[in-house]
Design a protein. Structure first.
Length: 309
């Protein structure tokens, strides 16, 4: 409500201080509700208008409540760049890279490196070389992954990588991220013959790796599978093992990777399969309510929520 008021004041040519006052009320309500959606929304509006003094606490609470969501982390990185705050950037990068991101992992890792480089450059230009050095020195530790598994194959085929984690969760195409930190970050088929599982911060124990054949083109069949298993990827204790496997071997046994000295200490919140749909429906209902409140507004047809995969 107060965010809409701020927009109305601005569109009507109102004073910046009145816009700020409305957004402050939005921030107050968000902090009272402790709803991460409201916290992120209020922070977003304040950040866009350059009112940065309240953005940090809003994002910090949101990141604690929904550590598996990228939006508050990415916004915290933006805030760090804006304020030239290497400590905030270091924390945000660690949060981002402590998880695998299905379908977005490579982009987020590249973005983390980019943001660190840009902020370090700004700090050096300000004569803060020591701060820039600490920021860049922390990046390799954040980029390191406790467990990294890559499956590759030849031919025109499709294989699924399935990883059973030590505390009972199974990561697969149907459940691409677990509450214990693992994620299927890349899926491949046909001309993209590669699947990757990553657990940047994992719990100690045995990770059981299985491979399921989904499709294999008889005209161009797969003749070999290569499985790479890396513990402490990118760290001093890195250990890599490579397995050459035969496609469709009925006697093939699961491969077990044992992780020691894993860095995960916290289980992620569980997100039910209907959580995204419910969130979308809430937004649609809010929009419909606003449309009904406008005078002489034509009734709008409800937009169906997108299917949940």
């Amino acid at each position: 409500m107060y965010e809409a008021l701020a927009l109305a004041i601005e569109m009507d040519g109102g004073k910046p201080e009145d816009v700020r006052r409305a957004l402050d009320h939005a921030a107050d309500m968000a902090q009272r509700s402790h709803n991460p959606n409201h916290l992120v929304s209020a922070a977003d509006k304040l950040l866009l208008k350059g009112f940065t003094d309240r953005v940090g606490p809003l994002l910090d609470e949101a990141m604690e409540k929904v550590p598996h969501r990228a939006e508050p982390i990415l916004m915290s990185m933006m805030l760090a760049r804006k304020l030239h705050d290497p400590a905030r950037m270091t924390v945000a990068i660690e949060r981002l890279l402590s998880l695998g991101w299905p379908g977005q992992d490579e982009f987020f890792r590249a973005e983390a490196r980019k943001q660190v480089a840009l902020l370090a450059k700004s700090l050096k230009e300000e004569g803060r070389g020591a701060d820039a050095g600490k920021l860049t020195a922390a990046l390799p530790g954040s980029e390191a992954r406790d467990l990294y598994v890559r499956l590759a194959w030849d031919g025109n085929a499709d294989y699924d990588l399935i990883v059973e984690e030590p505390l009972g969760a199974t990561v697969s195409r149907d459940m691409p991220r677990s509450v214990f930190g693992g994620a299927l970050v890349k899926e491949g088929r046909g001309s993209r013959p590669e699947e990757i599982y990553a657990c940047p911060r994992g719990f100690d124990g045995d990770y059981t790796i299985r491979i399921m054949t989904v499709a294999d083109d008889p005209a161009r069949p797969s003749t070999r599978l290569t499985l790479e298993v890396v513990t402490h990827d990118g760290a001093a204790a890195e250990r890599k093992r490579t397995y050459s496997l035969t496609p469709g071997d009925p006697k093939a046994k699961p491969i077990v990777a044992t992780l020691k000295d894993g860095r995960r200490t916290r289980v992620l919140p569980f997100v039910s399969p209907t959580a995204v749909r419910d969130a979308v429906q809430e937004v649609l209902e809010e929009r419909a309510a606003k449309a009904r409140s406008k005078p002489d507004a034509e009734p709008s047809k409800p937009t169906p929520a997108p299917p949940i995969r």
